[in-house]
Design a protein around this ligand. Structure first.
Ligand code: AMP
Length: 215
């Protein structure tokens, strides 16, 4: 099974949910750059202070800041164990930097799954999305409800809705995705690593197609 993978897709394409399942079933480490950035903001670190406004507005945090954060993360993990990147890379220069880091450690990225999703589906999904402020686990009122309404299954902490999940901010994030991140599909297709999964499929079908692409 391919173990160093990237999950690409607009906000609300369901990649976080797939990642949580892959983590549970195959023990792959789920690394969400958005989650790491939100943690930096909460801790008030230098990276957090530089990122806060971008996160609130739904804009991309500048490459330099994101690369510093993700470069540190990458130095701290054993790449042989595998990982799923969710939300990173988001620009071509991030993708190139990632390839360079991995090449230097002789552990190239093995597969990239793109969850293809249109704006209508994204808006529908995101308005029902709640997450755990402690562990970052994501729920959806209809498709992935917690066992006890409003409470995280793992931490029993009260679920919250992200400030950047409001409709106008989601529209903007989608537009930025289309302009800056969607072009990464071509980059990874040229490397022969890309698989496209339609995000309109059922969660079961999306998971099955993801696993098939990794095997
Ligand atoms: P996400 O949780 O992946 O939707 O990310 C939430 C927010 O974090 C985004 O809207 C961006 O402001 C920021 N962010 C996360 N990952 C990146 C990245 N790779 N490059 C730039 N900004 C990012």
């Amino acid at each position: 099974m391919k173990r160093r993978i990237i999950l690409l897709g607009p906000p609300g394409s369901g990649k976080g949910t797939i990642a949580a399942r892959l983590q549970q079933e195959f023990g792959l480490d789920h690394v969400s750059s958005g989650h790491l950035l939100r943690r930096e903001v909460e801790n008030g670190s230098a990276i957090g202070q530089r990122s806060k406004l971008f996160l609130e507005k739904g804009e991309l945090v500048p490459d330099r800041t994101v690369l510093k954060l993700m470069g540190e993360w990458m130095k701290s993990v054993p790449l042989e164990d595998g990982f799923m990147l969710d939300g990173f890379p988001r620009t071509l220069s991030q993708a190139r930097a990632l390839d360079e880091w991995l090449a230097a450690r002789n552990a190239p990225m093995e597969a990239v799954i793109l969850y293809n999703c249109d704006l209508a589906i994204v808006l529908d999904r995101i308005t029902g999305r709640w997450s755990c402020p402690k562990c970052g686990r994501v729920y959806h009122i209809y498709s992935v409800p917690p066992e006890v309404a409003g409470s995280c299954d793992d931490c029993s902490v009260e679920l919250t809705q992200r400030a950047d999940d409001s409709e106008p901010v989601v529209r903007k994030r989608f537009e930025i995705y289309t302009r800056q991140t969607r072009p990464l599909a071509k980059y990874y297709r040229q490397q022969g690593k890309l698989t496209v999964v339609e995000a309109a499929l059922s969660p079961e079908e999306r998971f099955a197609r993801t696993v098939a692409a990794l095997n």
